[in-house]
Design a protein around this ligand. Structure first.
Ligand code: C5P
Length: 287
């Protein structure tokens, strides 16, 4: 057995997040465009000294027990396949926590991909899907290892998109986290039929028309995010004033991201932006 296995665990942004309807099971039917970005955690798998799952992480807000999705994934796989030995999961955390960037989901997907190798399970992408979907709506996207994808259902039905465009961003995450559940609970759905954000944005994205993409970002969760955290409106406006081509919330927030023309433009936006109360990163599409 190798002494350790290092698995990258990237974050995502949502360029479009359309909420279609509330479902009988309490979840919401979505249509979204995911973008994988090069803001990454790193997970190291190694043998455990006990026959348990041991999780370590330097970040104080990351739970180290079964409240952690990566821990739960290892537990699920271990139980499902009747594996006796434990595993050590060491998470090097860079992605802000509870931020709308799917860091926890990405960690769990990375553990699933990693354990498939570590325990030589030989599961295909299709066979990995149900394990991912069982633990959340955002895990499946990360199994595909694609820069862009269309997400449907509650977000777990993924269609990878063969798009070569590279976008540059500034991501801004306020210190106080926001829970996805609270945002969906505050959501009031409109009865009028709305425009299909995905179909409008996709041609711009395919053509690499950055201004077109920037002008058509949208997130139906925004009114609910602002209901729970009204002060985030100011954050969005500040990022806009710092020179962004377009600004949008990612997922259920509180992360707000900007689109920039290129890396140096992203650096200019970051320099102009008041960073006192936020974690700010320059990131690009993880191609
Ligand atoms: O799937 P995930 O665990 O990320 O979802 C967290 C919570 O967000 C769910 O319990 C649900 O309340 C809400 N949610 C939703 N519709 C979705 C995804 C999440 O209502 N498509």
């Amino acid at each position: 057995m190798p002494r350790s296995l290092v698995v990258p665990s990237p974050a995502k942004l949502n360029l479009i997040l359309d909420v279609i309807r509330r479902r009988e099971d309490g979840f919401h039917e979505l249509k979204t465009i995911f973008e994988r970005i090069n803001l990454e955690d790193e997970i190291t798998l190694s043998p455990s000294t006990s026959n348990r799952i041991e999780l370590t992480c330097q970040h104080p807000l990351v739970p180290k027990d079964d409240r952690n999705l990566a821990y739960r994934m290892a537990d699920l796989i271990r139980q499902h396949f009747g594996i006796k030995e434990g595993v050590r999961l060491q998470i090097n955390k860079r992605i802000p926590v509870a931020a709308g960037l799917a860091g926890g989901s990405s960690n769990a997907a990375a553990v699933l991909l990693g354990l498939n190798q570590w325990w030589k399970l030989g599961l295909s992408l299709k066979e990995l899907q149900p394990f991912a979907a069982k633990l959340g709506s955002d895990l499946n996207f990360f199994l595909y290892q694609t820069p862009f994808a269309l997400g449907e259902g509650r977000g777990e039905k993924i269609e990878p998109l063969a798009i070569k465009t590279c976008l540059w961003h500034v991501t801004v995450t306020p210190k106080q986290p926001l829970l996805t559940k609270d945002v969906f609970m505050a959501l009031k759905l409109k009865l009028t039929k709305k425009v299909d954000g995905v179909n409008i944005l996709l041609p711009f994205l395919r053509q690499g028309d950055i201004r077109g993409v920037s002008g058509h970002l949208s997130n139906d969760l925004e009114p609910a995010i602002l209901m729970v955290r009204p002060e985030l409106k100011v954050l969005k406006e500040k990022l806009q004033r710092a020179g962004a081509l377009g600004v949008c919330f990612s997922g259920s927030g509180p992360t707000v991201y900007a689109i920039a023309d290129n890396k140096s433009h992203a650096q200019e936006i970051k320099a102009r932006f008041d960073q006192r109360y936020a974690q700010v990163f320059i990131v690009s599409t993880h191609g």
